[in-house]
Design a protein around this ligand. Structure first.
Ligand code: BG6
Length: 469
């Protein structure tokens, strides 16, 4: 593989330190990075090269004994630091010189992967400066590619997303743009497609005739963990609803792609998202709820008068023939009782009444089958079904069939989502990245929902609450 240079904007930030650099280290140790590679960290702080490496070493969040010291040292040897400000043309001229020097060392024009791990408000500035300094143009004709990785949230509403998209499209071709939604790179999420289409058992039932409702949850125990400055202007709906939750929904609801490749899968995901029914201020009272955990407004970086939601619940619907009348409950919040990302699919009980249960009052799901995709933790797929209770009656009771990822041998341990994201960006596979159509369809739904939800009063909840009512 051609040598590759990773340029990380915002390298001292939380995302780079907690996710990107550890993932690159892991890929390096697994020998999945190109044999020749270099990482250039770009940020505002002042560091010498040595101090930068020391900072990375201390912040990378590596478990004791996870890697051999010499592997970590060799990895850090592939790194350098470029101090600069995002809006200063001079910083990009220095960066360009640095990249040329790295290429001289490789004796060729390396691939360049620009990763924007910064607050979204800096995207435009960085893209403008990259373009003015000529860094968006690959240096060697067909020798080395240039790609750009953009984190979510992609824009702040449909208008800003369109503007950002137009800017990217001016500078790059679609195959050079990698819009990250790291949920798509989670192994358990990818398995939804396989599970649906590789098992003939489920597809005939995958529609409104047999499915009663779908519940998609992304629940988190932590609060905002010092990310107030980022989170407060964004809120739960835009932070995870517009992207992670809608992507989970798209995988459950999309039609079978003609082929299992990036083009077809992305197009089916976009199509189903574009059929989401609009929620208006008139209907939102019945279909939505927004909440905030107590104490949120005293957190660092949060406005004391903030009415940002840290929790939302929505009843969404898809206007197509497969999903006629099926409610999709979408729910996410921080500061809740547990960490759980999960999709529950409730099947109708078309045989209701034929069998008795031992105790109807104790089981509100009596007679229903429920298929659960547990995305994390304890990744698994399980089906709740009914068996006859041994004895003289035809009473039934629920049991569970379960597949756990932990049952795979340890060497098959699934890569972290960011490892997959970075690996796929290097090999150029866009399947697990969102297309412009998907992002626009998601914003087209979320923008009016956000306005509508904003008209509802906030429901306050205690940190650690099991339910928000
Ligand atoms: C990020 C959000 O995209 O996803 C965070 O910005 C959220 O607020 C996180 O906590 C959840 O991702 P994961 O992989 O930790 O479940």
């Amino acid at each position: 593989m051609n040598p590759t240079t990773f340029i990380i904007f915002g390298v001292t930030g939380d995302l780079a330190q907690r996710k990107l650099l550890p993932s690159l280290l892991s890929l390096y140790v697994k020998k999945l990075l190109p044999a020749k590679f270099f990482i250039v960290g770009f940020s505002r702080r002042h560091f010498s090269r040595e101090d930068f490496r020391q900072y990375v070493r201390e912040n990378m969040n590596i478990r004791a004994g996870q890697y051999r010291e010499e592997d970590i040292k060799h990895f850090l040897d592939h790194m350098c630091y470029e101090q600069g400000t995002f809006d200063s043309p001079a910083s990009y001229s220095t960066l360009a010189l640095r990249l040329t020097a790295i290429d001289d060392g490789f004796h060729r024009c390396s691939n360049k992967l620009f990763h924007l791990a910064v607050q979204p408000s800096f995207y435009e500035t960085i893209l403008d400066r990259l373009s003015e300094s000529g860094l968006t143009i690959p240096c060697g004709g067909n020798e080395g590619w240039t790609r750009v990785l953009v984190e979510k949230p992609f824009g702040n509403d449909i208008e800003t997303a369109r503007k950002l998209d137009a800017k990217l499209a001016d500078l790059f071709k679609e195959e050079q743009i990698f819009r990250i939604d790291h949920y798509l790179a989670k192994e358990a999420l990818q398995n939804i497609v396989t599970f649906r289409f590789a098992n003939a058992l489920f597809e005939p039932l995958w529609n409104y005739r047999y499915i009663d409702k779908v519940h998609i949850k992304l629940l988190e125990k932590n609060g905002i963990e010092g990310r107030g400055e980022f989170y407060d202007p964004v809120g739960a709906l835009k932070d995870v609803g517009q992207n992670h939750i809608l992507q989970m929904m798209a995988l459950v609801a999309m039609e079978r792609p003609a082929m299992l490749d990036a083009l077809h899968i992305r197009s089916e995901r976009a199509k189903v998202l574009s059929r989401l029914k609009v929620i208006t201020p008139k209907t939102v009272g019945e279909l939505g709820l927004r909440g905030q955990y107590e104490g949120y407004t005293s957190e660092k970086g949060v406005s004391p008068a903030s009415s940002t939601e840290t929790y939302f619940r929505l009843e969404a619907a898809i206007a197509n023939s497969r999903w006629k009348g099926v409610p999709f409950f979408l729910e996410s919040g921080k500061g809740l009782a547990e960490n759980r990302s999960e999709i529950d699919i409730y099947f109708k009980n078309n045989e209701a009444g034929s069998f008795g249960t031992n105790d109807h009052t104790r089981d509100p799901l009596a007679g229903q089958n429920v298929l659960t995709f547990r995305i994390q933790p304890d990744e698994s797929i399980k089906i709740r079904f009914w068996v006859k209770t041994p004895g003289f009656t035809f009473n039934v009771e629920p049991k569970t069939l379960k597949f756990k990822y932990a049952d795979f041998p340890p060497e098959a341990i699934t890569p972290d989502a960011y490892e997959r994201v970075l690996y796929d960006a290097v090999v150029g596979d866009q399947t697990l990245f969102t297309s412009t159509d998907e992002v626009m369809a998601a914003w087209k739904f979320i923008t009016p929902v956000w306005h509508a939800l904003g008209t509802l009063p906030l429901t306050m909840y205690r940190k650690g609450a099991r339910e928000v009512l």
